[in-house]
Design a protein around this ligand. Structure first.
Ligand code: URA
Ligand code: SF4
Length: 208
């Protein structure tokens, strides 16, 4: 698999990258998705947040983090004292991987091959935005950003100042994916997970 590289225009701003991403056939995920979901937020943001892949709502609307996980993320950013409109939001993988169960479309975690195929987009957009800090939301995003597998529980909330990976110039903070909170049934567990997410975002925000 060649990956996305041949569809990524050189020296393009985010708007042109977004436009070009519609044609991407860098892996097979485009085929079952409604549309590509690129990014949102200012091109000069000091803080970039990288999720895993668009969800069902994002796939339908063509915008990242507009569904339930996005709600959690917006709340966490606010609780961390960060302006949600001032951060750059994107995903490691730009098409929605899912399986069909009757009428429902269930999220399916992208494979390492999908992350690798889609990486040229992330590299290109981050080289335009040039954030000081990149937050990786969950294990898939962390793999994309750092270029290696990490245990989220072991590295979360630590400012990784000389992290290699997709954007070596930026510091990296790994945290949990906001959608993991949605799976917690117990209120106290959910509150604790939310507080931990907020604490990690504060670490990132303080380093911008
Ligand atoms: N989860 C993600 O990782 N990204 C989105 O855009 C939505 C949900
Ligand atoms: Fe291209 Fe990424 Fe979509 Fe695969 S997931 S087709 S690499 S944009």
């Amino acid at each position: 698999r060649p990956g996305a590289q041949e569809w990524v225009p050189d020296d393009a701003r985010v708007e042109a990258l977004t436009e070009a991403s519609h044609a991407c056939r860098g892996c097979e995920l485009w085929a079952d998705a409604t549309q590509v979901v690129f990014s949102t937020g200012p091109e000069d943001a000091g803080l970039a947040l990288v999720g895993e892949q668009p969800g069902d709502r994002e796939d339908r609307e063509g915008e990242p983090f507009v569904g339930p996980a996005g709600r959690v993320l917006a709340d966490a950013l606010e609780a961390a004292g960060l302006d949600a409109g001032g951060v750059y939001l994107t995903n490691a993988v730009k098409h929605f991987r899912h399986v069909e169960r009757g009428k429902r479309r269930l999220h399916k975690t992208p494979d390492v091959a999908h992350v690798r195929a889609c990486l040229p987009w992330l590299e290109a957009e981050l080289s335009v935005v040039r954030p000081r800090v990149v937050v990786a939301l969950g294990a898939t995003a962390a793999r994309a950003v750092l270029g290696r597998p990490v245990r989220v529980g072991e590295v979360r909330g630590t400012l990784l100042d000389d992290a290699e990976g997709v954007r070596p110039e930026a510091a990296v903070v790994v945290t949990t994916h906001p959608s993991s909170l949605l799976r917690l049934r117990d209120r106290a567990d959910r509150d604790a997970a939310f507080d931990a997410l907020v604490a990690d975002l504060r670490v990132a925000g303080a380093a911008v």
